[in-house]
Design a protein around this ligand. Structure first.
Ligand SMILES: *[C@@H]1O[C@H](CO)[C@@H](O)[C@H](O)[C@H]1NC(C)=O
Ligand SMILES: *[C@@H]1O[C@H](CO)[C@@H](O)[C@H](O)[C@H]1NC(C)=O
Ligand SMILES: *[C@@H]1O[C@H](CO)[C@@H](O)[C@H](O)[C@H]1NC(C)=O
Ligand SMILES: *[C@@H]1O[C@H](CO)[C@@H](O)[C@H](O)[C@H]1NC(C)=O
Ligand SMILES: *[C@@H]1O[C@H](CO)[C@@H](O)[C@H](O)[C@H]1NC(C)=O
Ligand SMILES: *[C@@H]1O[C@H](CO)[C@@H](O)[C@H](O)[C@H]1NC(C)=O
Ligand SMILES: *[C@@H]1O[C@H](CO)[C@@H](O)[C@H](O)[C@H]1NC(C)=O
Ligand SMILES: *[C@@H]1O[C@H](CO)[C@@H](O)[C@H](O)[C@H]1NC(C)=O
Ligand SMILES: *[C@@H]1O[C@H](CO)[C@@H](O)[C@H](O)[C@H]1NC(C)=O
Length: 484
């Protein structure tokens, strides 16, 4: 096998709305959680200026984009830097439709994949169509590049799947597994009963406070949904296995970064609610796994990052340390590659979590999970207190009988009505503060317990994160709350 000098990247994203612009606070356009200003025109600034592919194109990467892209405003053209695409807004699990195109040969057109019965005996299945298309593209790329010899162009494949999204309809919501896994058995039979499952929380945001207990019928429905989701992920496992096999067969596995991450989490009874859209860890924390050159195996990192850091970090892995001007995220490559995450220049870290309500009175299983005044801006941060012997008083609070506690791993949430105050110009309607080190399930709101001076620092830090751009965001992200 010829020596390989190129590093390729596969970013597989289960259940994704893919933005990958590296921007936070994307321009408002309508309402809902997909607050990004895009349109399907070639000349639109988003695809012209912010879309990730051109930056990899400039580094001589060949880019393919496959699967679930934006919910709406998907390009009807090949964005700059993209060689091949097969995308939709999620589509249906069975016999899905995609817009497909290949640079220089196949102009964009809509294709419905409904011809699988003859070969497989089953309808076409979304994950398999996306998996097979990306695999075929990678194999063609390897062949065209002379088995990735010294002068080969590396590739970047973005593979995003509908699974384990729900599909609505009669007897729904549920996810649809591949027809051949219809009767498969899985280990899971009920949704996780975390300590905050079916919990009444008197000191939380009004929506959490006002939930009725989860009934037996609701629990049964949510458990069915959970099992259908696990089954739908069996095809994602198959796809990952096939991808790894192809890379192994081509001796490219040691030269390729594979990143696996996901869309939001989803409550199935936590705080007596169902669905996404909350500021709680169940909704906002997602898996992020990576393998590849320089990445230690089987270690987990406490490093805090968000999707805005993805593209700057992947560019960093591809050797581009300069972050494009419109991007607010950080290049965390140095924190991930090597022995330990001691290469990071910062010990404190803060990230912004934003949500604009989907609408008035959004209900799942007879439980309201979203209303306009449930829009929020949140600050999730770690404050290391480098000198533990001189932690300022305002970081202490008393939470239990064990004596005073110091805050290190926290969340601060401000709720607003997005119809009246979408830009956070007024005082928040409600506030939540959690100590995630001692209270990982967010059972206790410390709003009235923490030092008023700390509350002021939190408010100021959140405002700075909301208003920052580019370099000033990175400074805010790489620091705690005391500085600034
Ligand atoms: C990309 O390829 C071109 C042509 O082979 C070469 O001139 C250029 O230096 C390459 N750019 C990078 C960033 O490697
Ligand atoms: C099924 O349809 C797709 C999309 O038109 C096409 O690419 C594929 O070759 C077809 N497969 C078979 C077996 O005819
Ligand atoms: C390709 O499609 C087949 C049949 O639909 C499926 O069994 C297989 O898992 C797919 N491959 C990938 C990589 O998704
Ligand atoms: C699953 O079970 C049902 C009921 O026994 C049967 O009709 C169906 O063919 C089975 N599906 C598969 C893929 O074996
Ligand atoms: C939820 O809690 C209530 C009591 O608050 C209880 O009556 C109910 O059975 C619980 N539901 C489930 C599904 O455990
Ligand atoms: C990974 O680490 C965990 C805990 O540190 C350990 O229990 C497990 O055996 C390790 N797995 C492998 C494959 O090394
Ligand atoms: C929905 O919840 C309300 C209480 O908030 C209850 O009165 C009503 O019976 C429930 N409806 C169903 C269909 O469970
Ligand atoms: C939020 O809106 C709901 C419904 O519109 C209302 O019942 C509730 O009192 C409001 N809560 C706050 C804190 O504004
Ligand atoms: C840590 O704080 C203590 C108490 O204020 C002080 O005496 C000590 O010099 C500090 N250490 C460092 C390394 O700053």
């Amino acid at each position: 096998m010829a020596a390989v000098t190129t590093l390729s990247i596969i970013a597989a994203i289960g259940s994704a709305v893919v933005i990958l612009s590296g921007q936070q606070n994307a321009q408002p356009n309508g309402h809902g959680c997909m607050e990004i200003d895009v349109a399907d025109e070639v000349s639109h600034p988003f695809y012209d200026r912010d879309y990730f592919a051109r930056y990899f194109g400039e580094l001589n990467y060949t880019v393919g984009i496959f699967g679930k892209h934006l919910n709406g405003g998907n390009p009807s053209f090949l964005p700059e830097g993209v060689d091949e695409m097969l995308i939709n807004g999620g589509g249906s699990f069975l016999n899905p439709e995609f817009v497909v195109s290949t640079r220089n040969s196949l102009p964009p057109r809509s294709v419905t994949f409904d011809n699988c019965t003859a070969t497989t005996g089953f309808p076409c299945y979304s994950t398999s169509i996306i998996g097979n298309a990306s695999l075929a593209w990678i194999e063609r790329h390897i062949a065209a590049n002379n088995n990735m010899d010294n002068n080969a162009k590396p590739f970047f494949a973005l593979i995003s799947l509908k699974a384990p999204h729900i599909e609505d309809g009669p007897d729904f919501p549920k996810a649809i597994p591949a027809p051949w896994y219809e009767n498969a058995t899985v280990l899971e039979s009920i949704a996780p009963r975390t300590p905050n499952y079916n919990c009444s929380v008197e000191d939380h945001h009004w929506l959490a406070q006002s939930q009725h207990p989860v009934t037996a019928k609701e629990a049964e429905e949510a458990d069915k949904l959970y099992v259908s989701r696990v089954k739908s992920l069996m095809s994602v496992d198959d796809m990952v296995q096939d991808l790894v096999q192809v890379l192994e067969d081509q001796a490219l596995l040691s030269n390729t970064y594979i990143i696996f991450t996901s869309d939001n989490g989803y409550k199935l009874g936590q705080f007596r609610m169902f669905g996404k859209a909350a500021a709680y860890e169940d909704d906002i924390r997602i898996p992020m796994m990576i393998r590849g050159p320089g990445i230690q195996s089987n270690v987990s990192s406490t490093l805090m990052g968000t999707h805005v850091d993805l593209i700057p970090t992947l560019l960093g892995m591809a050797g581009q340390s300069q972050i494009p001007a419109t991007m607010d995220g950080r290049n965390l490559a140095n924190c991930l590659i090597g022995e330990e995450d001691t290469h990071c220049e910062f010990s404190d870290s803060s990230v912004l979590v934003e949500y604009l309500s989907l609408g008035e009175n959004m209900v799942r299983y007879n439980h309201t999970f979203d209303v306009y005044n449930h829009s929020f801006n949140a600050l999730r941060f770690r404050q290391s207190h480098a000198n533990e012997s001189s932690v300022p008083d305002h970081w202490f609070y008393s939470f239990d009988s064990s004596g005073p506690n110091v805050m290190r791993d926290m969340k601060y949430v401000e709720y607003r009505n997005s119809q009246i105050d979408r830009n956070a110009m007024h005082s928040p309607l409600e506030i939540e503060v959690f100590d995630l080190e001692r209270d990982p399930y967010e059972m206790s709101n410390l709003r009235d317990v923490i030092h008023p001076y700390l509350l002021g620092l939190l408010q100021e830090k959140l405002q700075r994160l909301l208003r920052c751009q580019g370099e000033s965001c990175r400074q805010e992200h790489n620091s705690g709350v005391d500085e600034g």
